[in-house]
Write a protein that binds this ligand. Structure first.
Ligand code: SAM
Length: 477
């Protein structure tokens, strides 16, 4: 059977989509190639969030086309994902050697199109149409393909985004929010746990919007709520009444799975981070003490222009509530520098917010104008050298705070879930703390999948080093 190599750009959602496509192909008899040179088919799963990601994938495909012409004339080449969705046929007009373009709602059709192309039933295929219920198609996980199922797994709970932040292309590439049903998600999680998975990360563009809008898969049972029945205004949002949001109900249902040790999720939207979700951390022991809360800017003026729906004060109030419930919770964020109109004063507000929150980690993005998004047409676009300079200043601050927080852990005991060999030091093993910090230690295969206590002996900028310990101080770092 033909072999396929998938290269993924972008976020964890893309990683998960690639894994599901690979699993579908393996189920149909395809094999997974260990390198591009050995593959009969190469698929690039693309990202459109920033121009850089698009350019990288385009350059990669240009090189693949050139190599295929020289060395592998029968190789099938395809684009999938966000850039495939936004550019469609244009990609084949630009690179006529490309055979396949698969949009974000059509991943499950990849094998059919490849079968047709390989059998000569069609020359090329472009499919970027919307498809009802496509959110329920990202189910399969690899078993014996590229990798056996690991200790941790990602589960896609929804597709699309309705936030329409003015900088963001995602609502246009991923479509409207559509949620899977709770029974469907729980069934997938149970299956993963039966295969040895100990930690599940629930994935979605805005997980806190889970189940709030229509487009629910048909098999939803009345007991499993859903949007309209459960949606008095502002359910679970700021100042909400004490109602449990569909997202928290989902976490509760996953929490019941026996054998599952840990639950994570990414990304929530600060706007949807209601009291019910904050309280869930104290009620549900499997929900680990970690929150990735994209703030984007510390300036209220910019937050408004970005259409984020919260203020700096409200953002800080959520962090405070979270730390009241779990003092040592790990907090990470996304920040954009150089958004149109960003002044030095706005940027100072971001720096001061970073100092105030003391993030454990922050992903910094230089603003990239995206086609058809409102911010691309805003006045006062920030010039590249300013973006670079602000990026460097912010990065220095974020790294300094991160390192201090890491160093403060030396000598403490933490609980880790052992995931496997360390990427940088394959002779050693790595695990993750509940607060999402990586710990490298001297371990072996027998530790895989175990929850262990380790004592932190040393701290690098992004990694902690530890010794297996007997005692646990009960805290979480
Ligand atoms: N769930 C996230 C949220 O709450 O906004 C959105 C996920 S987005 C795919 C990942 C990050 O990319 C965003 O949080 C934002 O910081 C960054 N990003 C999105 N659009 C961008 C753009 N046009 N330029 C630079 N960074 C961007």
């Amino acid at each position: 059977m033909p072999s396929v190599f998938i290269k993924t750009y972008g976020c964890q959602m893309n990683e998960r989509d690639s894994e599901a496509v690979a699993a579908q192909l393996v189920a149909k008899g395809y094999t997974l190639a260990s390198s591009e040179g050995l593959a009969d088919i190469i698929l690039l799963n693309t990202c459109s969030v920033r121009d850089l990601a698009e350019q990288k994938a385009l350059r990669k495909m240009e090189n693949l086309v050139a190599e295929a012409r020289r060395e592998r004339p029968n190789q099938v080449l395809g684009f999938m994902g966000c850039m495939a969705q936004s550019r469609g046929q244009q990609l084949i007009d630009l690179l006529p050697d490309v055979d396949l373009v698969i949009g974000t709602q059509k991943f499950h059709r990849t094998a059919d199109y490849l079968d047709d192309i390989l059998a000569g039933r069609r020359d090329k295929a472009v499919d970027v149409a919307a498809e009802a219920n496509s959110q329920a198609t990202i189910r399969e996980h690899l078993v014996n393909g590229n990798a056996k199922t690991g200790v941790t797994a990602f589960v896609s709970i929804m597709q699309g985004c309705n936030q329409y932040c003015t900088f963001c292309i995602v609502p246009y590439t991923r479509g409207e929010e559509r949620s899977r049903t709770i029974p469907d998600i729980v069934a997938e999680c149970r299956e993963l746990v039966s295969r040895g998975v100990k930690e599940i990360t629930l994935l979605g563009q805005i997980v806190t919007s889970y189940g709030r809008r229509g487009h629910v898969a048909a098999d939803v049972s009345p007991r499993h709520f859903f949007p309209d029945q459960l949606a008095p205004t502002d359910v679970g949002g700021f100042g909400s009444r004490r109602t449990t949001s569909p997202f928290v109900q989902l976490i509760e249902a996953v929490h019941e799975i026996e054998g599952l040790e840990r639950i994570r999720f990414t990304s929530p939207h600060p706007k949807g981070y209601g009291d019910d979700l904050v309280e869930a951390y104290s009620r549900l022991p499997k929900l680990v003490e970690s929150a990735h809360l994209p703030v984007q800017s510390g300036s209220d003026r910019l937050l408004k222009l970005m259409h984020r729906g919260y203020t700096r004060e409200r953002y800080l109030a959520i962090i405070e509530k979270l730390r009241r419930v779990k003092a040592k919770i790990g907090v990470s964020t996304d920040i954009i520098v150089g958004f149109p109109g960003e002044t030095e004063e706005d940027f100072d507000q971001t720096l001061s917010l970073v100092r105030e929150v003391q993030f454990d980690q922050a992903f910094i993005f230089k603003y990239s104008a995206r086609q058809d998004t409102p911010a691309a047409d805003m006045p006062d676009q920030v010039q590249q050298p300013f973006k670079e300079e602000r990026n460097q200043r912010l990065l220095a601050l974020v790294n300094e705070i991160g390192s201090q927080r890491h160093r403060s852990l030396i000598g403490s005991h933490v609980q880790i879930l052992v995931e496997g060999p360390s990427k940088k030091r394959p002779d050693r093993f790595m695990g993750r703390t509940r607060c999402n910090k990586i710990v490298v230690f001297d371990g072996s295969e027998r530790h895989l999948g175990q929850i262990m206590d380790v004592r932190i002996t040393r701290a690098g900028s992004f990694t902690l080093y530890g010794d297996p310990a007997i005692l646990n101080d009960g805290g979480c770092q």
